[in-house]
Write a protein that binds this ligand. Structure first.
Ligand code: SAH
Length: 348
């Protein structure tokens, strides 16, 4: 059964008019029950008539997630492993920062992008998540935060999956959580991270939304990037940068480049120089990410000193960069790790 979280407000309005034969404003009522009052059973919608409730109960569920496992790190990071209605397992991570609570959501069951360093690709894509299955991850965490009157302030679509390989559902998800009558999370607080599916970047550029765009770069020359990230064989750096320039022109938004520092792979002074050259003149900054080692892949991260050295080289070349702190190191926090370990029977 599908979750009612699948509907954007516009879709729900169409549904209540066309299918339920109700007045359009009823959709706003239902939306408000779901996102403002955050109810989890239809019967709690006290101003919705019984006939409508019966129909909704027959056709939809609200929360499609079953909690399988919850891991809490010393630094406050919480990682959830959920089971979906068809038994598929997905992960969601809640991180606490000085600026608020950020949730990392999964967009696909497994991933087909095949990045060499990533745990998510260890399990091939089984299917896309629906918009509502992504919304449900945020709602689950928000209901938990409600207990202490806190709220999800930021969202990153950086969990398992390639969001631009599930474009329509991910965009609907963003619209629902961003909507004033939804969770009203500001568009500039929502970040979509892609490995670089160029046609979708161009499509996204034309939508002129305020959602943030992050690009997983990880290498600044085609040879290395194609080795690490097979997507680069389809869309090389020249095509990627050209699409990003189009995005910048149309949206006037800053782009984030994510760059995992892998020991002796992409961490040399020369790599930093190539990176600076590649993105020079762009409205962008580089987020240097510590690597969460994935035992199956054999790559290693760099030490804090080595990371600082790379950062320093970028600074000297006038590249804006940040060095991301490690989060949830003690709880399998790398994308897909918890799920992969669970599947392998290693119940961490
Ligand atoms: N497919 C999308 C979003 C999911 S990956 C993308 O490629 O952007 C989210 C980010 O985590 C990407 O930058 C990815 O390269 C990075 N990542 C993957 N495995 C990692 C690991 N083991 N340690 C640190 N970052 C990792």
């Amino acid at each position: 059964m599908n979750t009612i979280y699948d509907f954007t407000l516009e879709q729900l309005e169409e549904f209540v008019v066309d299918t339920l034969g109700l007045k359009k404003y009823r959709a706003k009522q239902i939306f408000s029950w779901l996102y403002k009052k955050r109810i989890v059973v239809f019967d709690a919608m006290s101003d919705v008539d019984h006939k409508t409730l019966d129909y909704l109960k027959q056709e939809f569920i609200i929360d499609p997630l079953i909690l399988v496992k919850k891991q809490e790190s010393k630094d406050g990071t919480i990682k959830y492993l959920f089971k979906l209605q068809d038994g598929a397992l997905i992960e969601t991570v809640l991180m606490s920062f000085s600026y608020g609570k950020s949730v990392c959501v999964t967009s696909q069951v497994g991933c087909n992008m095949g990045c060499k360093f990533c745990a998510s690709g260890l399990l091939k894509k089984r299917r896309n998540l629906t918009a509502g299955e992504i919304v449900a991850q945020i709602m689950y965490v928000q209901r938990y935060l409600d207990e202490t009157e806190e709220r999800v302030s930021n969202i990153v679509v950086m969990g398992t999956g390639e969001p631009f390989d599930n474009y329509d559902h991910v965009m609907n998800f963003c619209r629902i959580v961003n909507h004033d009558l939804g969770l009203a999370i500001g568009a500039r607080h929502i970040t979509i991270s892609t490995c670089g599916i160029v046609p979708k970047i161009r499509q996204f550029a034309k939508e002129k939304t305020q959602f943030n765009l992050a690009i997983s770069l990880h290498a600044a020359n085609d040879e290395l990037r194609s080795e690490l990230m097979p997507i680069n064989r389809g869309y090389n750096l020249k095509e990627l940068i050209s699409a990003l320039k189009e995005y910048s022109t149309l949206n006037n938004r800053r782009i984030t480049f994510e760059y995992i520092l892998l020991k002796d792979v992409n961490d040399s002074k020369d790599d930093a120089k190539q990176l600076a050259k590649l993105i020079s003149g762009m409205n962008a900054y580089v987020n240097l990410i510590p690597y969460n080692a994935v035992s199956e892949h054999g790559y290693q991260g760099v030490s804090d000193i080595e990371a600082l050295r790379f950062y320093d080289t970028l600074m000297k070349l006038n590249v804006k960069a940040t060095l991301r702190a490690r989060q949830g190191d003690d709880i399998d926090a790398a994308c897909g790790q918890l799920r992969a370990n669970y599947k392998n029977g290693e119940q961490t």
